[in-house]
Design a protein around this ligand. Sequence first.
Ligand code: HEC
Length: 179
Amino acid sequence: MSTGKNLKGLIRPLLIVACMGASYGDADEFKAVGRCPEIRGTQTAPTSYLGRTNPLSPTAENRAAGARLYQDDARPTPCVTCHGVLGDGQGPAAAYLNPAPRNFRCRSTMLDIPDGQLYWVIEQGSGELHHPARQGAQHLGRPGRTQTVTAMRSYGDYLTEEEIWQLVLYIRSLANETD
Ligand code: HEC
């Protein structure tokens, strides 16, 4: 991965975390990096998204396109920075984040998350300081959480719909059969 650009993209999420200071006080249970099964406090997507299934065929080409975006090309920060090369949620930034990045290797957790939910979080972010017009009050209600912001930003302004579905295909391919 091209480290210079990636670090630049990281400044914003890390600044958000730093600015929240002591008030960024999520319960520690959300902080464990790479845990499986994961404790997941992520807001549920609107039903208009939840019902969607991946329109792309699971071809090697689509998965490879998802891999390129995940590992290197997605801007402003490629997914690998937080979710890790293997998708285990242990990227270089993970230790600084609360909640921790999702562990895509954790099959038992990932099986319960519908395609449309994955799509929604990639497009809209998960409680990011975000597009109010597009995400409404998403950051206000996060059950079980005392803080409102996560490092998972919205990529809707950077990725096409097809690219997001390619990422969903790739993420699904990372699940570890034994978890
Ligand atoms: C700066 C760190 C960071 C980067 C970069 C990042 N993520 Fe995340 N991601 C997170 C965190 C933190 C969470 C956990 C959010 C939560 O618990 O609600 C998360 C959660 C997710 C989820 C879980 C959705 C759910 O409902 O459980 C998906 C899918 C996801 N990220 C995909 C991506 C993809 C694809 C990219 C790259 C295009 C990406 N992430 C880049 C930090 C990051």
